[in-house]
Design a protein around this ligand. Structure first.
Ligand SMILES: [Zn+2]
Ligand SMILES: [Zn+2]
Length: 237
């Protein structure tokens, strides 16, 4: 009797939570995505352990060999292609913050799979206070919260600050991106700390490079980049 009641209760709960897939409007039960769309999300796959650029056999890529970046390692959950791009755009620009859980859990699994070194602290890439006010949320911070809970690690919102408002990076070439971000971040004392920097998308890596540089200048011993999705870098200028 109790079992039957419990079953009826759980069926009622499923019905209550039933929704349409975020992407294709198929019924997806209590999940954000239906099984088909979930399977269509492309993992980043074998990639450079330093910058997460896809490489055969997960070798260090030519860019990192030629000019090692200030960060030590990178992990990306997805390739920035359809449908991950659509999800990330809806998340960031349409405020669909319910996607943070899906991103955070996928990234948690990717970091665990990569056998990454456990950091001391998780630091989301900060937004400038003005941008935070207009967007209403920091897309990196919501994913970082999911990761901090999943790994049982502390979050630090104050170690890194965005001190200058900058133009959006989209549409800029690599040199313009670098110039755009010069002086945008400031780090506090990070002596001896191993840090996981969290961001939504890694494109040219300019933002994460700039953040890692500031943290290393303030004594960080190790900086890893954990990103939801990775795009191949634009052609070098
Ligand atoms: Zn679907
Ligand atoms: Zn690389």
């Amino acid at each position: 009797m109790i079992g039957a009641l419990r079953r009826a209760g759980s069926a009622a709960l499923d019905l209550l939570l039933a929704q349409d897939c975020f992407l294709c409007a198929e019924a997806s039960g209590a999940s954000l995505l239906c099984a088909g769309c979930r399977a269509a999300l492309r993992p980043n796959g074998p990639s450079c352990p330093v910058c997460a650029l896809p490489t055969p056999d997960a070798q260090i890529c030519g860019y990192c060999l030629k000019r090692p970046p200030p960060f030590d390692a990178s992990v990306a959950a997805f390739s920035y292609s359809h449908p991950a791009d659509a999800l990330l755009q809806a998340y960031k620009f349409a405020g669909r913050i319910e996607l943070a859980g899906l991103f955070g859990h996928a990234l948690h699994a990717a970091v665990a799979d990569a056998g990454s070194i456990r950091p001391d602290v998780i630091v989301p890439v900060p937004l400038h206070p003005e941008r935070l006010k207009s967007r209403g949320f920091n897309q990196a911070a919501l994913v970082a919260q999911v990761l901090a809970r999943a790994f049982g690690l502390p979050l630090d919102y104050r170690l890194l600050e965005r001190i200058a408002p900058t133009a959006a990076q989209a549409g800029l070439n690599l040199r313009q991106r670098r110039r755009n971000l010069r002086g945008a971040f400031m780090a506090h004392d990070a002596t001896g700390m191993s840090i996981a920097l969290v961001d939504d998308v890694m494109t040219s890596g300019t933002t994460l490079t700039e953040c890692a540089l500031r943290l290393k200048q303030r004594g960080a011993s190790r900086v890893s980049c954990w990103v939801v999705a990775r795009t191949p870098p634009p052609r070098r200028q």
